[in-house]
Design a protein around this ligand. Structure first.
Ligand code: FE2
Ligand code: FE2
Length: 192
């Protein structure tokens, strides 16, 4: 694995300024969440740093790299090629940033769709991506920020619910992993 500083420099040339600023916001939020829930802070910072490493690849480049790096592209991802950036990002992190840690790679891979039964680090990156300080204000942002530090599974259910609503409103295809994740975290947090 490249060290944090080297990765940061390498990343800067792959991301737009806006995305880079967003990324540093996610690093900060992930660090706070890791401290709150007793996760490995260095892993959280590193996963956050690389979570969007493939996001700014143009669509053709995403398609080409998915092929080259053997990233499976399902029907939903074919329709919304941007959705591949998380799965592809994990492969880019492995091959170009030399990350071998499966926990970090998993957190990059599932930061957009989520899935059921996520690891603590996966949940931290998913939530940090949503609540980072640079996000433009929207209705449920403040509430998400509050719940994020109270109960991590409730935060997952809350964020997934509102993400799914947002996707539906815009008539965008909804990934089955997100639906599965929502049902999972909804039932977990209701059982608490
Ligand atoms: Fe992303
Ligand atoms: Fe992001």
């Amino acid at each position: 694995m490249l060290d944090f500083k080297t990765s940061e420099r390498k990343l800067q040339s792959a991301l737009s300024i806006e995305r880079y600023i967003h990324t540093m916001g996610v690093v900060k939020a992930a660090e706070k969440l890791a401290k709150r829930y007793g996760a490995d802070v260095e892993k959280a910072r590193y996963a956050a740093l690389l979570h969007d490493c493939a996001k700014d690849y143009p669509p053709d480049m995403k398609r080409r790299f998915c092929k080259e790096y053997h990233v499976p592209v399902d029907d939903i991802m074919l329709k919304t090629i941007d959705l591949t950036h998380a799965f592809l990002g994990a492969e880019v992190a492995r091959r170009e940033y030399l990350v071998e840690d499966e926990e970090i790679l998993g957190a990059i891979k599932y930061h957009t769709t989520g899935k059921k039964n996520m690891t603590l680090l996966e949940k931290i990156i998913f939530i940090a991506d949503y609540i980072e300080e640079g996000r433009k204000k929207f209705d449920t942002l403040e509430e998400s920020r509050k719940i994020a530090f109270e109960d991590i599974d409730k935060a997952m259910a809350f964020i997934l619910e509102h993400t799914i609503e947002y996707v539906k409103q815009r008539n965008r295809p909804l990934h089955p992993l997100s639906v599965e994740a929502y049902e999972y975290y909804k039932s977990i947090s209701e059982g608490k």
